[in-house]
Write a protein that binds this ligand. Sequence first.
Ligand SMILES: *Cc1c(COP(=O)(O)O)cnc(C)c1O
Length: 222
Amino acid sequence: MSISQNIVQLRASLPANVTLVAVSKFHPAEALKEAYDAGQRVFGESRAQELTAKQKVLPGDIEWHFIGPLQSNKVKDIAPFIHTIHSIDSFRLLQEVNKQAAKNNRVIRVLLEIHVAQEDTKHGLTPDECRELLQNEQLDELGNIQIVGLMGMATYTDDTALIEQEFHLLHELFSELKAIYFKGNDNFAVLSMGMSHDYPVAIRQGSTMIRVGTSIFGEREY
Ligand SMILES: *Cc1c(COP(=O)(O)O)cnc(C)c1O
């Protein structure tokens, strides 16, 4: 099937409250344009340089999401246009995003990335580190960022029960944090979880945002 057919079919299968981030990393701008022409407006990229190159040549109404590991020195390159950063894993990075957002007179939406998978290679904060970050007294001073939710990745496995359990844990943490730190704050509403191989499980566990690449654009060439 073509990219546009994949997009149309996938979107039609999603509940209304689930946002699709089309993960276009390693695919050329023409592939993104095909998805755009099929109605897709939200795209996810994982490398700053690749993202800025694509942003320059693609339509201005695209909502760009940054989903990969983010180095502090790259924040300034994406700050002028990035809509949401999914991969905040330290208070220092949050401070840098705030600083660069302020320079651009913007408020940047961010998700705190939580480590729930069993692999060591997965990035993110442990639940305790996340609670600690939210208790940081300097957080209130960061007026140019808005924490809108959590992001997480499950272990890469065929063991659906394990994936289910990890996504469940993320949802529980989300509910806990919302009740304690974001009570009455409607902005804290995003639970970004689910990729090509596990998004149906993620949606069953309460995901509101899925990040799907391969099922739309095909296999990536590294
Ligand atoms: C690459 C990537 C995805 C998309 O993965 P697919 O398996 O191609 O759907 C989602 N989230 C993150 C953080 C990624 O790096």
